[in-house]
Design a binder for this molecule. Structure first.
Ligand code: GLA
Length: 724
């Protein structure tokens, strides 16, 4: 089996079901093919491109009038056409032209680490190889190494670039994307997410036109509004059929994903750090590593594409003990108390939660400094003894004595103007010199480009972890980065600010992961405002949205599932009427929805009546008995809650199948009576564990499961089946 094959001027990368082929023509690396697996063969005929309007000869071949019509693997700026450049280098003479030609090809086993950046990783047993194509601009001596790691079993290829200045003068990178794939348009649609606070990752799908498609974030984080991935799917592609290519960036800062279509029908599909306000100076000998781009292709529609991403992210991005260990069923007290609590209230919550079978109790915002509302105290990470009179350690011991773990909330990157920290270090704030910094939610942001600030952030958290038995942190981030300036960086480094901030953040998270390997960190950013592969490298689960309404969550979790595994999406059962929408739905429905994520609760356990308590106890038992299915099973989207009358999902692990359905719209005349299941063994006989009824896999796949016709009318009813 050839994972990476070099044949003359051809490079072929193979995964189990896909091939990625490139050619080198006149030293220029061009893209030839990405799609369903090809035989290991000479594909040279595919690499030839023709044009009939030849008014000047390009560097590749006299047949090709300009590089616009070439499928460049990493296009530089300045070829005179409308190719979207992947790299733009400003030379010391003020020009920004470069011409990168291949100088060397290196194939190695496994995968190198990306210095200071989150990335996929290989384990010993993996069939993983890495290709490095070295290229160089002969005039400036700037070198670009294009890396490709092939995860054979996962049907995933990852890409990144390392740009090294081996010239005699400094150069400045104005753009340095992680990758570009160029191919002929096959009537593609662009699929991406848009969103807002409490409305994250809604799906948009539209045809790719010559005006192109771009999603981006310039607000310092990956953002609520544009998640860092993009999918190109054939216009006819569905969940189960048709071709789709997805790219997702392992990065949590400013990003840009784009697909352009030029006059020769060439698509340039690219992704990386947003070039807006990006300027990175490379002194002599310096190198810059781009974030990693994770790429997958499916010939069988979007669901397989999503499963490929789920599997690589779950197994080869997420790390630490909680990658594989059962995630604890947690109860977060935010919606129960907001800022109004004390140690007695938490102890009562612990008693009550223990009785329900909860495994982890989380104290959210408000336990530190003088924090009684959101105006103060971020940065003062010591316990508020007016509220927690017994001290954090004693409280933790109490909670532990009830058989529960204790977790707490931090917003480590922030500082309140009304805080002890601000009095001591006003210069640690992100702000433009001579201007008032802008507040969001009354708070300012710390300058994580400054290593001293990063040390402070690390120490604040480490002190608490060293002196208590806190086993979980919710790492929140509740503002957008704006009016950016730093007392630490020099004026000429300001174009590096956003990326340096992200590197600072990753550095702190890495140290915490290494020093406290048993602590589970959950990401959060006003809900799901920083839900990306970069964060999942450090925090194996992320709070999906501040919207805990079960009905709204069906679309949010559905959109998130395009790329991210369900185990990464925290999903909680909250009280009704719901605090965000005022909607009331049944306990059943709230639980059925929360199963499509890392499962937990967001309510006051002391205020639950007896019948709900019994329900919750039973449900937690059911979840614990089957957690493996929810954490590690294959996930199928059986309907689209944004348009269908039902939200329906399915998990399958081994011989266990779990199906959940939530009725979003009731009709007097019901047009949907069956759900066709997926991925079952056609010849197995499956037993409905509730009714004992038996069905062949082929019946459930080809005819389907009956949505109980006798169920009474009413919106938001839910149904949960388990088959063995
Ligand atoms: C953000 C989070 C919430 C909660 C609050 C606390 O909004 O998303 O879950 O932690 O902050 O202030």
């Amino acid at each position: 089996m050839n994972i990476i094959m070099q044949l003359n001027n051809q490079l072929q990368l193979n995964t189990k079901n896909t091939s990625y082929v490139m050619h080198i023509e006149n030293g220029i690396l061009t893209h030839t093919y990405y799609g369903k697996r090809l035989p290991d063969a000479d594909h040279g005929y595919m690499a030839k491109r023709y044009s009939y309007n030849c008014n000047f000869q390009s560097k590749i071949s006299p047949n090709l009038p300009s590089l616009d019509n070439a499928l460049l693997e990493y296009p530089p700026f300045g070829e005179g056409g409308i190719i979207t450049p992947a790299i733009e280098v400003l030379n010391c003479d003020g020009t920004n032209f470069a011409d990168f030609r291949v100088t060397d090809i290196i194939i190695t086993d496994g995968k190198p680490v990306l210095c200071g950046l989150p990335a996929t990783y290989a384990e010993d047993e993996d069939k993983v190889k890495t290709l490095e194509v070295k290229t160089k601009d002969a005039v400036s001596n700037v070198e670009v190494s294009l890396f490709y790691t092939v995860f054979y079993e996962y049907d995933v290829i990852t890409r990144w670039a390392v740009i090294t200045n081996n010239g005699k003068d400094s150069v400045t990178l104005l753009k340095a994307l992680s990758g570009n794939i160029a191919f002929e348009n096959k009537n593609y649609d662009v699929i991406s997410n848009f969103g807002a606070w409490a409305r994250e990752r809604q799906i948009e799908r539209a045809p790719l036109l010559h005006t192109g498609a771009t999603t981006f974030s310039n607000c310092g984080s990956s953002s609520h509004r544009a998640n860092p991935f993009m999918i190109l799917a054939q216009h006819t592609a569905t969940e189960d059929s048709g071709e789709a290519i997805g790219v997702a960036l392992a990065y949590s800062g400013n990003h840009q994903m784009s697909a352009t279509l030029n006059e020769y029908n060439v698509v340039n599909f690219s992704a990386g750090i947003s070039p807006d306000n990006f300027r990175w100076t490379l002194g002599i000998g310096d190198a810059f590593t781009t974030p990693e781009l994770v790429i997958s292709f499916s010939a069988n529609g979007l669901n397989t594409l999503s499963q490929n991403f789920h599997s690589i992210i779950k197994n080869r991005v997420c790390r630490g003990v909680y990658r594989d260990k059962k995630r604890p069923v947690l109860l977060n007290l935010w919606e129960a108390c907001y800022f109004d609590f004390n140690d007695e209230k938490i102890k009562s919550a612990a008693d009550s939660a223990a009785d329900l079978g909860i495994e982890l109790l989380v104290i959210d915002d408000g336990w530190f400094g003088n924090r009684n509302n959101d105006h103060t105290s971020l940065g003062d990470w010591y316990v508020n003894e007016n509220k927690i009179k017994c001290g954090l350690k004693n409280l933790c011991d109490y909670v532990n004595s009830k058989g529960l773990m204790l977790g707490i909330w931090f917003e480590p990157e922030m500082i309140s103007p009304e805080s002890e920290l601000f009095k001591k270090h006003p210069e640690w704030v992100i702000k433009v010199n001579g201007r008032e910094p802008t507040k969001f939610r009354w708070q300012l942001q710390l300058d994580l480009a400054n290593p001293e600030v990063c040390d402070f952030v690390y120490d604040s958290i480490a002190n608490i972890l060293k002196t208590t038995n806190i086993q979980y942190i919710k790492w929140d981030y509740n503002r957008t980065m704006a009016h950016v300036g730093s007392a630490y960086l020099k004026a000429e480094q300001m174009g590096e600010y956003y990326h340096r901030y992200v590197l600072g953040l990753y550095g702190v998270l890495e140290r915490l992961n290494n020093d406290f390997p048993n602590v589970l960190i959950e990401g959060c950013a006003s809900g799901g405002g920083r839900f990306d592969i970069g964060m999942l490298y450090y925090t194996p689960q992320i709070w999906t949205s501040d919207d805990t309404d079960a009905v709204e969550r069906t679309a949010i979790q559905y959109g998130t599932s395009l790329i991210y595994p369900m185990s990464a999406q925290s999903a909680h059962v909250s009280v009704c009427p719901n605090h965000q929408t005022g909607r009331t739905v049944s306990m059943d429905t709230r639980h059925t929805v929360a199963l499509t994520g890392s499962f937990g609760y967001e309510l006051d356990p002391c205020k639950i009546d007896d019948s709900d308590r019994e329900y919750i106890k039973e449900f937690i038992k059911f979840y614990n008995d089957n957690f493996d299915v929810f954490q590690n099973g294959k996930y199928y989207r059986l309907s689209n809650p944004a348009i269908d009358d039902y939200a329906i999902y399915q998990y399958i692990l081994g011989n266990t199948v779990i199906v959940g359905a939530i009725r979003l719209n009731s009709h007097a005349v019901n047009l949907q009576n069956t759900i066709r299941l997926k991925g079952l063994d056609e010849n197995y006989l499956y037993t409905d564990t509730k009714t004992g009824e038996k069905y062949y896999g082929s019946q459930l796949i080809n005819y389907g499961l009956k949505l109980a016709a006798s169920e009474s009318a009413g919106d938001y009813k839910s149904f949960l089946w388990m088959f063995k």
